[in-house]
Design a protein around this ligand. Structure first.
Ligand code: HEC
Ligand code: HEC
Length: 420
């Protein structure tokens, strides 16, 4: 497997490099020093040696605390007014096709800022073909989606609002709706100087709002920052397994507990495709929309994932390593929601990438060699689950804000007046 960036120090790779570049963007001190401290200071001597050996042979970054703020792009600075506008727009279904579905519909704060079914709900009349990702901490990611297909939150928002099975909106109608809402006219003018709201600025405001939905004070952050009491004994044992025997650190590392690389870990195809016609239709629609050749379109029985980025057969069935942060609230798991609990996920890894019925990936040729039976006993599995939970702090909830109303362009009186 390739590593994002190789440097002299064996463990400075992948996500840590991202953390460093984020720190540079923020203009603050490099976070790498802090991470290294966490790395050295928090492990028992035995597991420290194990991790160091592992790190030097594989180039794994250590786990690291999340910086307090995500990087802010130079051309979309955060302001309170912009974030407030972005919040309204995130919850506003008028940024969508039939004005019934907003970002928050599929990224519901009370469902982990995601959607708590295997496949996400879709645009009315459809189901989505993938599990909804949480937008928690999405500002820290170098790219969006299970296949990382979009480079920024500013670019992600329109693809969500316009995507056929997501928002299914049209620019001109969404722009017209915003123009008919006086409160938005006022706010877009104040924030962006727009005479009339420009749709591009709606996406920028939403991205700014998303950058405020973060969690960086979890038990693991506290622990890595030196508070040894922040993890239970069970979690400390789970951490040693995570970094040692269970090998999770090979991919779930750095500040996000993800190296942002792509792997086929053996997740079996969605059972729902066999039972649910609508889900099957979306799957074929997406294969077609993403430019599959005819054979793939007709025969694929599993999601080709990262394949669509470069149409390389070795990418079939690969997905971005997800962050483990906030996963206490984001079940079900994996790109297709194959597992409903963290226990099931750990059982799956323990079996070497097979579910309880012995099913595995539909793309066996690309399955990662890093995934093999782990031989964990029940106590060890419980320790590992407890440790994964340390990547989540308290649940972050948010009520839907009151949305501004449309106003008619003119009143009946004005119309009568104009007709005279
Ligand atoms: C119909 C449901 C639906 C709607 C509406 C929707 N999303 Fe999503 N969102 C998803 C799904 C499903 C994914 C994962 C898709 C994939 O990887 O192919 C996703 C992924 C994302 C991601 C990527 C997170 C990551 O970890 O990379 C972000 C950010 C996001 N959505 C923000 C938004 C915003 C902003 C809006 C509104 C403009 C929105 N979404 C509307 C379902 C939806
Ligand atoms: C070879 C890299 C790799 C290793 C090793 C690995 N993972 Fe993963 N992990 C991934 C990828 C990739 C996914 C998403 C796969 C998909 O959706 O098809 C994932 C998904 C997950 C998820 C679901 C997250 C979500 O939001 O849906 C959890 C939880 C998880 N892994 C925990 C672990 C644990 C615990 C271990 C160690 C036993 C581990 N992983 C080992 C790459 C890895």
């Amino acid at each position: 497997m390739k590593t994002l960036i190789k440097t002299g120090a064996p463990y400075i790779a992948g996500t840590l490099a991202i953390a460093v570049s984020m720190a540079m963007l923020q203009g603050c001190e490099s976070t790498s020093a802090k991470s290294e401290e966490g790395f050295k200071g928090t492990l028992s001597a035995v597991s420290q040696t194990a991790v160091a050996a592992n790190a030097s042979s594989t180039g794994n970054a250590p786990l690291a605390p999340l910086p307090a703020n995500p990087p802010i792009p130079a051309d979309n600075k955060q302001t309170d007014a912009k974030v407030e506008l972005g919040k309204l727009l995130f919850f506003d279904p008028r940024l969508g096709g039939d004005a019934s579905i907003s970002c928050a519909s599929c990224h519901d704060p009370s469902q982990g800022w995601a959607w708590a079914e295997d496949f996400s709900r879709g645009y009315p009349g459809t189901v989505h073909w993938r599990n909804s990702q949480s937008i928690m901490n999405s500002g820290y990611y170098p790219g969006s989606f299970w296949a990382n297909s979009v480079p920024s939150l500013e670019a992600q928002a329109p693809s969500a609002a316009k995507g056929g099975v997501a928002g299914n909106g049209e620019n001109d109608i969404m722009t017209a709706r915003l123009a008919l809402i006086p409160e938005y006219k006022k706010r877009f003018n104040e924030v962006f100087g727009d005479d009339s709201p420009r749709i591009k600025n709606a996406w920028r405001a939403i991205a700014s709002f998303e950058r405020t939905i973060n969690q960086h004070d979890t038990p693991i952050d506290k622990y890595l920052n030196g508070n040894k009491g922040a993890l239970s004994e069970e979690q400390v044992r789970g951490k040693a397994l995570f970094e040692g025997k269970a090998g999770c650190i090979q991919c779930h590392n750095g500040a996000l507990a993800s190296n942002m690389e792509f792997y086929n870990i053996g997740v079996p195809p969605a059972k729902r495709w066999e039972e649910d016609g609508l889900a099957q239709i979306t799957f074929r629609f997406e294969l077609y929309a993403k430019g599959s050749n005819e054979e793939l379109y007709r025969t694929a029985k599993a999601d080709p994932g990262a394949y669509f980025r470069g149409k390389n057969k070795w990418d079939k069935g690969k997905f971005r390593t997800p962050s483990l942060r906030y996963t206490m609230y984001t079940a079900p798991y994996m790109h297709n929601g194959a597992f409903y609990t963290l226990e099931e996920v750990v059982d799956f890894y323990n079996a070497g990438g097979f579910d309880e019925d012995g099913r595995t990936t539909g793309w066996p040729k690309t399955k990662s060699e890093k995934i093999k039976p782990l031989g964990l006993n029940d106590d060890e599995k419980a320790d590992l689950v407890a440790f994964i939970e340390s990547f989540s702090g308290d649940e972050i909830l948010m009520d839907k804000p009151e949305l501004p109303e449309y106003a008619p362009l003119f009143t009946l009186e004005e119309l009568k007046e104009a007709k005279k």
